[in-house]
Design a protein around this ligand. Sequence first.
Ligand SMILES: [Zn+2]
Length: 309
Amino acid sequence: MKFSSASLLLAALAVAACDSKTATTGEAANSNATVEAAPPATDPAAAETSGTRATATDEANATPAPDPTTIPAGKAGDAAAILARPQVPILCYHQIRDWTARDSKGAKDYIVPIAAFKAQIKMLADSGYHTISPDQLYAYMTTGAKLPSKPIMLTFDDTDLDQFTVARPTLEQYGYKAMYFVMTVSLGRPHYMTKAMVKQLSDEGNIIGSHTWDHHNVKKYQGKDWETQIDKPTKTLEEITGKKINYFAYPFGLWNTQAFPELKKRGFVAAFSLAEKRDQQDPMFTIRRIIASGYWSPKTLRNNIVQSF
Ligand SMILES: [Zn+2]
């Protein structure tokens, strides 16, 4: 059933429904993403992220990032300050495997062939990108903390097995770390990661985030849904990793403002959406990502990174 993954199809449908400009062809998938106003060139943070101050000591200076839960709320910048900082590019991947005849045109945005994935990651390394952790991103966005030159974040949604068998060794080759947003209903099922794999990813320095129990749309939660989709999966992931789960990714990238207080009171410090515009009052709960399409050459990916963030 690998090729008719319910989550994949649901994701494709939802993206098509919520933004008709995306999910038709790979080239179009992110090209219409809302690009927010560029920050003023005088912003000192701009120089940091553009790589113009890149030095060999950047990485040493930039890590480790503080635990986000230890940053006092009063010290975190307000929404305007956060929105004014240049966005760090964040890529979102789903399945990493070769296409088959059964894959629809729309699904191929979410299925990156193995060679294409390796070429995309190699391009990032050759271009001097450094992967950062969500804690580094959080510290940068809320306090302006220093980042390595050419920072980027890699995220993997939906718990697909090939994220462990293909993406993990590829990233390892370049010393890259990533964020994995796990949908707990899938753990241990055929073609999905096991709990032991998720633990290993966490132990190896990657960060595990929540992607709900079974991928239901956050905008539709009522009553017990919060317990089923958020509370229980968080507990499961904390038991697996032995670490607090601080980050959330919205299924289908769909969110509403009513979700923010619900996520905050459950201990999340930030949440990730897709390419739409950020919420102007709560940018930390609408951090933008672009789906790195299976259709994209390394050059197309590089262009989209530059244009979308
Ligand atoms: Zn998903």
